[in-house]
Structures are given as C-alpha cells and as structure tokens.
Design a protein around this ligand. Structure first.
Ligand SMILES: NC(=O)c1ccc[n+]([C@@H]2O[C@H](COP(=O)([O-])OP(=O)(O)OC[C@H]3O[C@@H](n4cnc5c(N)ncnc54)[C@H](O)[C@@H]3O)[C@@H](O)[C@H]2O)c1
Ligand SMILES: O=C(O)C(=O)C[C@]1(C(=O)O)C=C[C@@H](O)C=C1
Length: 305
C-alpha cells in the first residue's frame, strides 16, 4: 500500500501505540512515524527496540509537522495531552485517538483542537491484558472492528482515516459517541468489571487458598484472570468516564443475577436451562459473524528489531 500520511505522530507509547506502529510499518502507510511517551524510561525502551522512527522528549515536538496525530494515552490524560500539543498542530492535520470511551474524550480533547485541524475520535476494539511499549504487535487489529465517532468531521478526512485503519487490518464503522459508550458498556466495560469482581472474590475467600485458586482454576475463571490483569489506570479511567452507561448495564446485570440466584435456590431448572439456551445463541451468532478471533500471534512481531 502507498503512503497515506507523510508523518504520523503517536502520543503515549503503550500497547495500542506500539501495535499501531508495527501495523503501520507492515502496511507501509506512513512516510515517518514519530512518538512521545511521558516517562523517560518508556522513551528509552522505544528507542532501544526501534519503536517509532524518531522519539521526542516532548509531545509538542513529536506532533510538529505531523499529518495524523493519534492520542494513545489513558482517558484521564487526554485533556492535558491535547492541551500540550494544541499550539504545534499543523493546519489541515487530523487529530484522532484510541480511547475506550468516546464522549469523555470529545469533551476533553475537542476544546484544544484549533480551527483548521480535523478531529475524528476513534476506538480500535482490540487489545490484550498487557501494556507498555514492548507489548505491541502488528497483527493486533487484524479482523477487529475500529469504531469512528466523527460527529460532523469533514467527510474526505473521515474516509481517509477509515482507509488507514483498514490498511492496519481493521473493519471500520461509524457511530454516535453516546451510542458507542452504551454499546461498549455492554460488550467490554461491564464484563471487565465482572471479571475484576470475580477474581477479587476468589482472592478474598479464606476457605479456598490462593494456591488452590491457581492450581485448580477452570477455563472460565482463567479467562477472568486474564481480563482482570488488565492495566489498572486504563480501567479506572474507563469507569470514571463512562459512568452512566456502565451503571445502567450494571443495574440490569445485578437484577438478572438476583433472578438466577433465586432460580438456583428454588431449584428452578427450567428457568436456568431456558436462560442458558438464550445466551448460547449469542455465542453462536458471534462465531457465525466471524468475530471469534482470538488474539493472533501474541507477542511475535516480524518487523520488531
Ligand atoms: N489495552 C486495551 O485493551 C485497549 C484497547 C483499545 C483502546 N485502548 C485505549 O487506548 C489507550 C491506551 O491504552 P494502552 O492499552 O495502549 O495503555 P498502555 O498503558 O499500554 O499505554 C499508555 C501509554 O500512555 C502514556 N501515559 C500514561 N499515563 C499518562 C499520563 N498521565 N500522561 C501522559 N501520558 C501517559 C504512557 O506512554 C503509556 O505507555 C487508552 O485510552 C485505552 O482506553 C486500550
Ligand atoms: O482482549 C482484551 O484483553 C480486551 O479486553 C480488549 C478490549 C475488549 O475487547 O474489551 C478492551 C478494551 C478496549 O477498549 C477494546 C478491547
């Protein structure tokens, strides 16, 4: 594929930015990729492993002259990061982000985007429980969805950003930001909270030892522990910034849980069987839609130095 943006700047060099870098190199869609991370340790690692063509010590320097700027920091850091780069954004540049919540990012970043610069929020629905500059890999976005919430941004720029994400391996869709936050509360945010809770319950239970939990963890619980190992800062920020939607889904979840709890207590096998039959159909739907893509080639990267 040919170069789409002469210079792409990645701000915040963790899992998503490093995966984007390797995927951009694999696709050949950027002339140059610059990067910035807040900590000097992360910048040193980035330089050591060849993550980004040039790593800068300030975000403002990293975005200077960039055609596409991708904010890859935790949601709670979006406001300050956008303020830092605001003065050096090139007219005509596109600012996007990868944050897991969209309305809060629009509120935080939008006011810092000067006239003449395009702002197109985004969210790749792909990740792992790993974080940091060494955790990325080029295949992360393959066959995963990336949602854009353009809200009136210029159509040509939106189209170009769509094509960019497609070149990185994603399927792309557009959505209203509030709707995005509700959908993700169902499909990602509340499930993470449930996993955190279940692992916390196992940890608290004194009659079952930690060694027993580790040795005898069944597949379902092991999946929960993977999810519950996700980055605490990122997930704290997700819940603080998608409060209403998460609380709505969590309310419905606890209501359903109480009904199932009662069915177990009363020995209502029909209710349990009917419920599990309904939920099984959802899983089958996901497989039929080709969305059961477990993370491919985890940890391997053909272009990493
Ligand atoms: N991990 C996932 O599964 C996933 C998936 C999709 C989107 N996201 C979103 O992508 C963004 C980055 O997540 P990640 O998984 O790459 O995280 P990460 O922890 O791997 O990397 C985040 C990077 O942001 C920088 N950073 C951290 N705190 C900062 C601060 N206060 N100020 C400035 N910079 C700071 C650091 O360079 C750090 O390496 C988040 O907004 C997250 O919601 C994550
Ligand atoms: O597979 C995982 O580790 C993830 O949790 C990735 C996952 C998710 O699917 O919920 C997590 C947060 C995101 O914003 C997008 C993707």
């Amino acid at each position: 594929m040919s170069v789409m943006y002469n210079r792409v700047a990645l701000i915040g060099l963790g899992l998503i930015a490093s995966s984007m870098f390797w995927a951009i190199k694999r696709a050949g869609v950027a002339g140059e990729v610059t990067g910035y991370a807040r900590s000097s340790g992360t910048r040193d690692v980035a330089r050591e492993i060849g993550l980004c063509d040039r790593v800068f010590d300030t975000a403002a320097d990293a975005v200077e002259g960039a055609d596409l700027i991708v904010l890859c920091v935790p949601i709670g850091a979006m406001d300050a990061t956008a303020a830092e780069i605001s003065g050096t954004l090139k007219p005509g540049a596109v600012v996007t982000d990868v944050g897991s919540v969209k309305r809060a990012v629009i509120t935080a970043v939008g006011p810092h985007v000067p006239d003449g610069v395009h702002f197109i929020p985004g969210h790749p629905l792909a990740g792992t429980e790993q974080s940091g500059p060494r955790s990325g890999f080029a295949e992360l976005f393959d066959n995963r969805w990336c949602l854009l919430t353009p809200d009136g941004a210029e159509a040509n720029e939106v189209k170009k950003l769509r094509t960019f994400w497609e070149a990185l391996g994603s399927n792309v869709d557009e959505m209203d930001a509030d709707h995005h936050d509700l959908v993700l509360a169902v499909t990602s945010h509340t499930p993470h909270l449930i996993a955190y809770t279940m692992v916390g319950v196992a940890d608290d239970l004194s009659r079952v030892t930690d060694t027993e939990v580790v040795n005898f963890s069944a597949a379902g619980f092991r999946d929960f522990t993977r999810i519950a190992a996700s980055d605490p800062t990122m997930w704290r920020d997700v819940f603080l910034n998608n409060k209403d939607a998460t609380l709505e889904i969590l309310g419905r979840f606890t209501e359903e849980l109480f009904v199932l709890q009662r069915a177990i207590r009363e020995g209502d096998g029909d209710h349990l069987h009917d419920y599990f039959t309904r939920t099984r159909a959802i899983r089958r739907g996901i497989i039929e839609a080709g969305q059961d893509t477990d993370v491919p080639n985890f940890g391997r990267n053909p272009v990493r130095k």
